[in-house]
Design a protein around this ligand. Structure first.
Ligand SMILES: NC(=O)c1ccc[n+]([C@@H]2O[C@H](COP(=O)([O-])OP(=O)(O)OC[C@H]3O[C@@H](n4cnc5c(N)ncnc54)[C@H](O)[C@@H]3O)[C@@H](O)[C@H]2O)c1
Length: 254
């Protein structure tokens, strides 16, 4: 039991295919107390049975583009738990038209939206939750290979992920003064609701099977296990890092 009694707030489960669901299962299996959030009311219904299945103690709304919703979430969590040991940010969004075609066509609004939801929200959450984070708390977020390399159609989201990974490094310094750690997991492609918005996603999946050292696509369980390492004392000396869980694809050259 690596997380016995730890209070883990998980943002980003929308269904059983969500990467955050794979993370939540590992945390539950290792004794964590779980709390979940949903972005909008229609998602709440879908999340209730998942929250019940995983023994979640808290289910609260939080659209991360709204500061007042983040503030209300902090109040709810403080009342219920008094603090947080693990914070999981597994959230991203870009308009469908910004996930296909030429990157050069990205609109100002589409660019700002992708960066706001997918990168700035991590900063806003860290600031809002800072007073609640336990001295040895662990924060984590989800990134993708497209942060550092050009992936067809990933476009605005690639820029958002680059910003997100950079935010992790800057936040690591601010939070580290209190012993709080923050890291990113760069996950290989997984067929989730968010991924279906990316043009040509099937091609990306088959490329991993053909070219990654492990010659298979990763699962949300694989990501969950890496998240368990980052959430637990096993990664006590690690912060500001980006851990690839991608069957080794990122190491490949020609
Ligand atoms: N699926 C992949 O191939 C893959 C690979 C690497 C990284 N990631 C990242 O993993 C994270 C989780 O995505 P996923 O693939 O599990 O898909 P998902 O669709 O299951 O999860 C995305 C989540 O983001 C939430 N969200 C979107 N806009 C929001 C907002 N304004 N406020 C609050 N929540 C909001 C959705 O409600 C959903 O719960 C994302 O950051 C994604 O970029 C995914």
């Amino acid at each position: 039991m690596l997380l016995n009694g730890k209070r883990a707030l998980i943002l980003g489960v929308v269904n059983e295919r969500s990467i955050a669901y794979g993370i939540a299962r590992q945390f539950r299996d290792h004794g964590a107390r779980l709390g979940f959030t949903y972005a909008a009311d229609p998602i709440k219904k879908r999340l209730e049975p998942i929250c019940a299945e995983l023994g979640g103690e808290l289910l609260a709304p939080c659209n991360v583009t709204a500061d007042e919703e983040i503030a209300t979430l902090v109040e709810t969590v403080e009342k219920r738990w008094g603090g947080v040991d693990v914070l999981v940010h597994s959230i991203a969004y870009a308009n469908r038209e910004d996930l296909k075609g030429r990157f050069i066509d990205t609109s100002r609004d589409g660019f700002a939206l992708a960066l706001d939801v997918s990168a700035f929200s991590l900063v806003a959450l860290c600031k809002a939750f800072e007073p609640l984070l336990a001295p040895d708390a662990s924060v984590m977020t989800l990134s993708y290979y497209g942060a550092g390399k050009v992936v067809a159609n990933y476009n605005a989201m690639g820029v958002a992920k680059a910003a997100l990974e950079c935010c992790v490094r800057y936040l690591a310094v601010d939070l580290g003064a209190r012993g709080v750690r923050i890291n990113a997991i760069s996950a290989g492609p997984v067929k989730t609701m968010a991924a279906t918005a990316i043009g040509g996603f099937k091609t990306i999946l088959s490329r991993i099977e053909e070219h990654a050292p492990l010659r298979r696509n990763i699962t949300i369980e694989d990501v969950g296990k890496a998240a368990l390492y980052l959430a637990s004392d096993l990664s006590h000396g690690t912060t500001g890092e980006c851990l690839f869980v991608d069957s080794g694809y990122n190491i490949m050259g020609v």
